[in-house]
Design a protein around this ligand. Structure first.
Ligand code: GLA
Length: 441
């Protein structure tokens, strides 16, 4: 396949064989509308692509992979390089997955002194012998790199974090070339100086200000599990996305699996999300994943049913959530890739309007969420929370819509026809019907 672009700003170049755009943003803020073209033996296609130059990062929710729920403290540089390779070879990158993020455990552990060099720069542990080389490898694939620290003295897994070394660490992260930072509260309570809101905000404002002052665009992911209603102030302190709950991997469920509980909680904060400020309900745990309670156990296939996996992904996309897969990149099966990489489903997540779906019907058996899209259509998820498959009805009168709608099944890429007043479809146990409703005059 070969690639080309029309009207690409002069400061950017496109590699015709790899399709990777590199360079610096143009000096003048604004929107640059580019036409991307791809061509191979089977045909050609074009698509408009908007390069927006301005002060806001993460205009759409970041997408990628994170090491936590598969590698835990076993994570190595090799895992990270391999994840980048697979992000390309599996096709995930073609759907927008681009960040390759190390979670906790790349730095030294408490019993592994020295933690820093003579100048105070943080030292990676022996599993990361060449961090800069690793980042260069990731960037060489056209991908971006992320890492993890915390405002406290120690990370959640007991490794060295950035307390009183915020500036020197941030500069080091930028020098290594990182593009994304997860800042995890963990041990900060011990040094916060109080439990009031100002003490909760302080470490994030500090890191947010430092990052803004660096000559590198670094996305700041706040991880403090939703304390102090972080969705109301995460953006103001410099965050681009913030976890709204505790760890999804530890979330128990009685009838409904854990992701449903996390998702329902995250869904309540819809009015706070927007371009550059996203609610983060944690990672996508499907495929082969490690045990969040027993990090030495070998990874196992997810226990979620196929219907539940479609619901998980649909819910995250409707909620404009950051999309980070956190399962095993070495064993991606066809079904898992199919769930992670459906272009029309991902378009719901990445829609440039950046509105999070609003739950419009919610009871013990039914969840209906609706997300306004940039083209004036509405993406709607009908989730069957009940224990049996059953027909579900979307009553147009409860939507901000009137009249006839054409309905498209987004998972199947299939137009279902025109409906007047209501739409009914069979939805499997714990499953979803994800549809897009457009005006049909
Ligand atoms: C916390 C975070 C997780 C993960 C671990 C790492 O529990 O919420 O996402 O980063 O720490 O120790």
């Amino acid at each position: 396949m070969t690639f080309s672009a029309q009207n690409l700003p002069a400061t950017l170049t496109l590699d015709a064989s790899g399709g990777v755009i590199t360079g610096r943003a143009p000096e003048t803020p604004g929107e640059y509308v580019v036409t991307l073209a791809a061509k191979n033996g089977s045909g050609s296609d074009t698509r408009p692509f908007v390069v927006t130059v301005g002060d806001t990062l993460a205009l759409t929710p970041p997408m990628g992979w994170n090491s936590w729920y598969i590698h835990y403290y076993h994570v190595t540089e090799e895992h990270m390089r391999n994840a980048a390779d697979v992000m390309i070879s599996s096709g995930m990158a073609d759907y927008g997955y681009s960040y390759v993020n190390i979670d906790d455990c790349w730095m030294k552990k408490r019993d592994d002194e020295p933690y820093r060099d003579a100048r105070g720069a943080i030292l990676p542990n022996a599993k990361f012998p060449d961090i800069k080389g690793m980042v260069d490898h990731i960037h060489g694939k056209g991908l971006k790199a992320g890492l993890y620290t915390g405002p406290g003295p120690w990370t959640c897994a007991g490794y060295v974090a950035s307390y009183e070394h915020e500036e020197i660490d941030a500069k080091k992260f930028a020098e290594w070339g990182f593009d994304f930072l997860k800042h995890d509260w963990c041990s900060y309570s011990a040094v916060a100086g109080g439990a009031e809101l100002e003490h909760m905000q302080k470490p994030y404002r500090l890191m947010g200000d430092i990052l803004k002052g660096l000559d590198r665009d670094i996305i700041l992911n706040l991880c403090q599990y939703g304390m102090g209603d972080v969705w109301t102030w995460g953006g103001a302190v410099g965050g681009h996305c913030w976890r709204t709950t505790g760890d999804l991997g530890l979330q128990e469920g009685a009838l409904l699996p854990g992701f449903y509980h996390i998702g329902l909680s995250n869904a309540r904060h819809y009015e706070y999300a927007g371009p550059g400020r996203w609610n983060d309900p944690d990672y996508i745990l499907i495929g082969r994943i490690g045990n969040a309670r027993a990090h030495d156990e070998p990874p196992k296939p997810t226990t979620l049913t196929p219907s539940e996996q479609y619901s998980y992904m649909s819910m995250w996309c409707l909620m404009a959530a950051p999309l980070f897969y956190s399962g095993d990149m070495r064993y991606l099966d066809e079904f898992t890739l199919n769930v992670l990489c459906n272009a029309e489903v991902i378009d719901v997540d990445q829609d440039p309007l950046g509105v999070q779906a609003r739950p419009i019907v919610q009871d013990d058996e039914t969840l209906i969420m609706a997300k306004p899209m940039a083209d004036g259509s509405l993406a709607v998820g009908l989730f069957n929370l009940a224990e049996l498959s059953r027909p579900m009805t979307l009553d147009f009168s409860i939507l901000p819509l009137a009249g006839k709608r054409s309905v498209r099944d987004l998972w199947r890429h299939k137009d279902l026809g025109t409906y007047d007043g209501q739409f009914t479809t069979e939805v499997p146990r714990h499953g979803v019907a994800l549809v897009q409703l457009s005006r049909s005059d």
